[in-house]
Write a protein that binds this ligand. Structure first.
Ligand SMILES: [Zn+2]
Length: 227
């Protein structure tokens, strides 16, 4: 049984260390979790940015972490524990870079906005980190849960460029709109469906606007690929 502690914050998530998904906090959080809280800051330019603060859930209550580095250190140990137990990378983690001194960096994207670089050292692994990581299976697939709704449609013109491959998206081709904000205005970056489908695998249907408006062949293709 996991113990939970109370934590109230208007905009907070914890990293579930059993599957490394990011969960919204609604009043309580499992002991041992890294917590991310978000706050919006208005800049002089009129633009606003989102700041993240890091915390850790102890049995006695939630404590503040000094910075992202402190959170990264805890996550590194949790990811290493997961790897030893499951013999694979957790969702969102992949090999990034190795160094002459045998350290290895693993990139770890817990959400589209929260990305960490975990450093695996011989001290942590108790062995050569590169050997340890090479023997792991690839990451389990994780369902993509977006913060904002994405869009799908048949391209209305051939003017948009795919933001993944850089080629034009031909009229009538299936295209996916990624929500982005510029100066608080919602906008979409377009991708070929084929170019982005791996990244949005498992996206809930209600977060993919426009699906119902597709042709039946297009619907079948989307269903087969994403769900
Ligand atoms: Zn493309």
């Amino acid at each position: 049984m996991t113990d939970w502690v109370t934590f109230n914050h208007s905009w907070a998530y914890y990293v579930d260390s059993s599957n490394f998904s990011m969960q919204k906090i609604t009043g309580k959080v499992p002991v041992g979790s890294v917590i991310l809280t978000k706050r919006k800051e208005e800049l002089d330019t009129g633009m606003s940015i989102i700041n993240t603060d890091y915390h850790y859930a102890k049995a006695s209550g939630v404590v503040d972490l000094e910075d992202k580095r402190a959170a990264t250190k805890i996550l590194t140990e949790q990811v290493f524990t997961f790897m030893k137990k499951n013999n694979q990378y957790p969702p969102g983690a992949k090999y990034k870079k190795s160094y002459k001194n045998n350290n290895v960096d693993v990139s770890f994207d817990i959400s589209e906005y929260d990305k960490f670089t975990l450093r695996f050292t011989p001290e942590l692994v108790g062995d050569d980190p590169e050997m340890f990581l090479m023997n792991l299976g690839t990451a389990a697939k994780r369902k993509f849960i977006p913060k904002d709704n994405w869009k799908i449609e048949a391209a209305k013109s051939s003017r948009a460029k795919c933001q993944t491959c850089g080629n034009n998206i031909e009229k009538d081709a299936l295209r996916v709109g990624e929500p982005t904000y510029y100066m608080d205005h919602l906008n979409y970056r377009w991708h070929h469906f084929e170019c982005i489908s791996d990244d949005i695998w498992g996206i809930p249907k209600e977060n993919l606007l426009g699906f119902e408006g597709l042709s039946s062949e297009q619907k079948d293709k989307v269903k087969k690929t994403l769900w």
